[in-house]
Design a protein around this ligand. Structure first.
Ligand code: DQA
Length: 162
């Protein structure tokens, strides 16, 4: 059975009652069910892990990452300076998509950069819980098409990342 990893960082275990005017009323269980529904057609299962500490997230990637087909990652505030999470994801080979429920660029300045985003296949921001469904669809798409090599743009790696 193919497994997709759904990884949520600090404070995302209390979704539904956490600042609902920003993050919506869907709970993490609702999100897990939505992602499971999206990927069920491919016969994938979802392994959902939520941790409030960075070390536990790193450990989860080491322990559960190998063999999975892809991942959906909402790092929460670890987007800002979660360097060890970033390094753990650097050694995670399958495609993965970063998700933020809120539009982080419409919020405080300290949320405007993500240390993990440069490694992601793509990023979904500001679409609430629906963003997780889109990320799941993106993983289905990325694993159905032949991977394309990243393009070099002005010395930087850009373009499509498998
Ligand atoms: C978040 C955005 C982060 O800035 C914040 O720290 C979170 C949630 C989001 O999903 O919108 O915990 O990742």
């Amino acid at each position: 059975m193919s497994v997709v990893l759904l990884l949520n960082g600090p404070n995302l275990g209390i979704l539904g009652r956490r600042e609902p005017e920003i993050y919506g009323t869907d709970t993490l269980a609702d999100i897990e069910a939505a992602v499971a529904e999206e990927v069920s057609g491919r016969g994938w299962e979802v392994l959902s892990l939520q941790h409030d500490s960075e070390g536990d997230l790193v450990g989860a990637i080491h322990r559960h990452g190998p063999g999975t087909v892809g991942a959906i990652v909402n790092p929460g505030a670890l987007m800002i300076a979660g360097w060890s999470l970033r390094d753990a994801l650097a050694s995670y080979a399958p495609p993965w998509v970063e998700v933020h429920l809120s539009n982080v660029w419409a919020r405080e300045q300290f949320r405007h950069e993500s240390v993990i985003a440069p490694l992601a296949s793509g990023v979904v921001v500001g679409l609430g819980a629906f963003g997780y469904r889109l990320a799941a669809q993106a993983l289905l798409h990325l694993t159905a098409t032949a991977p394309r090599s990243p393009q070099r743009l002005n010395g930087e790696v850009g373009g499509v990342r498998p």
